[in-house]
Design a protein around this ligand. Sequence first.
Ligand code: CDP
Length: 243
Amino acid sequence: MSKPEKFIEDGIRLDGRKIDELRPIKFEVGILNRADGSCYLEMGGNKVVAAVYGPREVHPRHMQKSTTAIVRYKYNMASFSVEDRKRPGPDRRSTEVSKVSRQALEPVIFVEKYPRSVIDIFVEVLQADAGTRAAGINAASVALADAGIPMKCLVSACAVGKVDDTLVLDLNKDEDNYGQADVPVAVTPGGNITLLQMDGHLTSDEFKTGLEMAKKGCADIYKLQKAALMAKYSDDTEGGSNE
Ligand code: CDP
């Protein structure tokens, strides 16, 4: 799509959302049998799967730490996930996304409980529509909980950005492509920020307001993460259909 003339008309965005509205979100917990924990997430047009393995033995062994577990995060975009086929395999962007996503989750994991081991997190993007790093973190956080990894809390993520000189929550693809700023944020329920990046320009007032918008979006996502976990585990305790 070429750049639209206007992104917002009478307070409504081109996809019908208000400026502070998230895209529709759907979590599904425990979708992979072989992983210790897993989660499928749809966040607008994004479709991602997160799988967690561990704590388990570290290979290669020289990577192990004697006092804590290490956390590895591998973000990968399927070649069919974007409009132009993505060349398979790692690239600069996926290396960066993997690194910042790991750093967004590591602070909430009790790594000191598992010396000499590794917690592996894999995120596969099946369909990308802007905000995949946030979607990956949301799914990975739930998958970690599903794996029973001891954590201080969940982490929730979404982006805030600017189009038509207006701050908007959870950018879609066109807003991301042609907008003036994109600020992915991850926070704990207590409001501690574990990811904050900025592409583009915001004034310091816009930044402050935008951060509050993103935190509110994350608080709403947190409720959905918790509800998805409760749905799975309350079924289990009642002898429900989950294996
Ligand atoms: O996905 P996220 O917003 O976290 O990261 P980005 O680097 O800002 O990418 C924004 C969007 O560009 C992605 O979500 C994809 O929809 C798209 N993209 C693409 O079409 N082809 C790529 N090779 C990489 C990203």
